[in-house]
Design a protein around this ligand. Sequence first.
Ligand code: GLA
Length: 386
Amino acid sequence: MKSSFIRECLRAMCLAMLAFALSCSLFAQDTGLARTPPMGWNSWNHFACKVTAADVRSAADAIASNGMKAAGYTFVNIDDCWQGKRDENGFIRPNEKFPDMKALSDYVHSKGLKIGIYSSPGPKTCAGYEGSLGHEEQDAKTYAQWGFDYLKYDYCSFKGDVPAQIAAYRKMHEALVKSGRPIVFSLCQYGMDRVWSWGPSVGGNLWRTTDDIRDNYDSMAYIGFGQSGLERFAGPGHWNDPDMLEVGNGRMTHDEYLTHMSLWCLLAAPLLAGNDLSKMTPETREILTNPEVIAVDQDPAGIQAYVVAQEGPLEVWVKPLADGGKAVGLFNRGESAMRVTANFRDIGVGDAVDVRDLWARRDLGVVQDRFKAVVPKHGVVLVKIK
Ligand code: GLA
C-alpha cells in the first residue's frame, strides 16, 4: 500500500517535471541559428531612413565581390524605413523605395548571401513606420514568403511592463518558428531590464545591450568597454549585441577603428558593418576583413572576452579560444601612447608562450612571463597567445 503510494507520487512528480521541461523548451526553442555571432551589413548607420532597394543591392554586390563574403559576412540587413501601408487584409506592404521585396531577396540570395528585415513589437517603428503590434503572425509569414532570413525587432513605441515585453518578443519568436523559415531573431530594446537574462527564453539569438552607437570614440568606447561583466550571458546561438559597426564611417581615427573592431571581435559581438560598402577605402576593407581578427570573433567556443587587468586608461582583455589559445587585447584609452603589459599569470597561460600579432599578421616569437607593447592613444595591440 505504502510502496504503491510512493510509486504514484514519483510518477506524478516525473509527469510534472516532464510538463515543465516541455513548456520551457517551447518557450526557449533553440532554433540552431547563429552558432557563431552573425556577420553582415545593416543599412542604418550610414543610410538611416534614406535607404533604398538599390542601396541594398549595391551592398550585396560589394560584399560578394570585395572579400567580405569570403571573410564571413553573410547578412544584408534592411533596417527601419522600408515599410508602406497595410493592405485591406492587414498584410504589410513595402513603400515606394522597395518596389519588390521578393525580387530583392532573390537578388541577395543569388549572390550566396542572406537578407534581413526590421520591425517593432509596438504599433510604430522608431522612425514612425508601421510596427507589428497585432500583426505578428501575418508579418512573420510575409517575411518568410519574401525570403527573409533575419529579423531585428526594435522596441520603439512598445509600451508595457517587463512581462508584457517578454510576451511580445516571445510572440514574434513563435510566429517566426510557425512561418517555417529559419529566421535569426535579433532583439533590440537597448539593454533594458537585464535583457541578457531573459533574451534566450524568448528565442533571441542576439540582443542589444545598450543605446545606439555613434561614429565617435567616446560612444564606441563607452559601449564596447562597458560590456565587461556580461560575458556569462553570451554563447553559441545567443549573443550580447553592443550594436553595429561604425568602421569606415569617417569620424574615428584609424587606431580608434582598430580598437572598435578588436573589441567587438574579443566580445564575440555580431559584426554588422554599417558603412557605405560601395565607397569603401582599402584601409576600411582591411580592418573589416582581416581573417585572423575575424577568427577571434567567430571562434566556435563562443566565449566572450573579459577584463584581466586595468590600470587607469589601460585595459587587458582576454578571450579563450577553442584551440586552447587565447586572444589578448592590450588597449590604451588614454590621450597619449603608453606601454601596456599583459602578465601571463593574469591571463592564465604558461611562463613561455608563442605570441602572434593579429593585425600585423606576424609571429613575435616566444615571450617569457609578460607581453609588453607600446600602444598608441585610443589604440590597441591584439595578439594571440598559444
Ligand atoms: C533604434 C535602433 C537603431 C535603428 C533605429 C531605426 O534607434 O536602436 O539601431 O534601428 O532605431 O529607427
